[in-house]
Write a protein that binds this ligand. Structure first.
Ligand SMILES: Cc1ncc(COP(=O)(O)O)c(C=O)c1O
Length: 365
């Protein structure tokens, strides 16, 4: 059917969800394509949902999500007026872009990065300014600074960056912040902050306290393992938060998600043991792969990046045959989520078997 619509939407690629685990006969298979937490929800979180939320899903949720907001405010050391919830940090970022950028305005962000950014910016009617990553998969801060102009309404820093898993240093972000006009916001997207072990990294909340134009986005989807419930949050200046609330999807964050988030904040000591174990697994996998000869940008999230260029699809196929669905960016590389030990062992095994295919020039005759 021909229907009238905004032509700019035709320029957008659809969001590509990570593939489910492939079916391989006689073998367990794993989904390592979406940077999810492999652990089931904690029993205490499941119990809270059953006891406190399921009984009244006939009612709309609290639109402001006060129970979560207040607990977050207490744990993060900010005022509740500085916190806004959304259906995942994806919606929080959408609220922010809708607030600050429309037709003729520009949003600067690194590329490749989180694939929702171009969708969010274009849908708002604004223009994406994608600044290519350095050869090491890091933010090119100088090029981001050079991209700032009168049309800039938002600069996004993704730390650690999805999909390269690289960290952004405090020194670099401060350099960027000094170059951004005071009335232009800088979003620090920290979806994977709990996995970031980089001693030099920038810390969004510290920068929020120091700079009046910094806003930080975090999520319950990754370290807290609540990806399926869709809840994330932003910490930002009160007037920005007030504006975001106006453009938010009404009643977007369900009561089930709010109850689970509060229970997860209460159980963070237990959850952080899982995060530590995933970090240890990340170090184990990456050091094994390096022993095999792979070059991998130092990862600081719950995933790592194989830069494979034209061979990405071919190598991804080998993962699939071994029961692993990875996230392929055709012509660029593969992003692999750190998961259960068994899945990680399979990753090590597939990498050993495909090294020569991925690096034909390294094979001596
Ligand atoms: C960099 C980055 N930011 C934000 C998000 C949003 O996550 P969610 O909407 O599940 O909170 C993701 C999810 O993959 C991400 O990779």
């Amino acid at each position: 059917m021909v229907f009238r619509h905004r032509q700019v939407i035709d320029t957008l690629p659809s969001y590509k969800q990570g593939k489910p685990a492939p079916q391989v006969e006689g073998q367990r298979s794993f989904k390592i394509s979406s940077n999810e937490n492999p652990h089931n929800p904690l029993p205490s979180v499941q119990k809270a949902i059953a006891d406190q939320a399921l009984g009244h899903i006939n009612r709309y949720p609290d639109m402001r999500g006060w129970a979560v907001v207040e607990k977050l405010a207490q744990q993060l050391g900010v005022s509740s007026e500085n916190i806004q919830l959304g259906c995942g940090s994806t919606e929080v970022i959408t609220q922010l872009v809708n607030l600050v950028a429309g037709k003729g305005d520009e949003v600067i962000y690194p590329w490749r990065s989180f694939e929702a950014y171009p969708i969010i910016v274009t849908t708002a009617g604004a223009t994406s300014v994608q600044v290519p990553l350095t050869a090491e998969g890091k933010h090119d801060i100088d090029a981001m600074i050079a991209a700032i102009n009168d049309r800039t309404r938002l600069v996004i820093v993704n730390n650690p960056n999805n999909p390269t898993s690289t960290s952004v240093s405090d020194v670099d972000v401060r350099r960027l912040l000094e170059a951004v006009p005071d009335d232009v916001l800088v979003l620090i997207d920290e979806a994977y902050v709990q996995f970031n072990t980089d001693a030099e990294t920038c810390i969004g909340l510290d920068l929020f306290h120091e700079y009046s134009n910094v806003i930080v986005a975090q999520t319950f989807s990754k370290a807290y393992g609540l990806a399926g419930l869709r809840i994330g949050y932003a910490v930002g200046p009160q007037d920005v938060i007030d504006g975001m609330r106006k453009v938010a999807l009404p009643f977007g964050v369900s009561d089930v998600a709010q109850v689970a988030a509060v229970a997860s904040l209460d159980a963070y000591a237990e959850l952080s043991e899982r995060v530590d174990a995933l970090i240890m697994e990340r170090e184990r996998v990456v050091s094994k792969l390096r022993e095999q000869g792979w070059q991998i940008p130092e990862p600081y999230a719950n995933f790592f990046w194989l830069q494979l260029g034209e061979r990405s699809d071919e190598i991804a196929h080998y993962f699939e045959l071994s029961g692993l669905s990875v996230r392929v960016f055709s012509g660029e590389g593969i992003r692999i989520t750190i998961a259960e030990r068994e899945a990680n062992d399979l990753v090590i095994d597939v990498c050993a078997r495909t090294f020569e295919i991925a690096h034909p020039q390294a094979v001596t005759v």
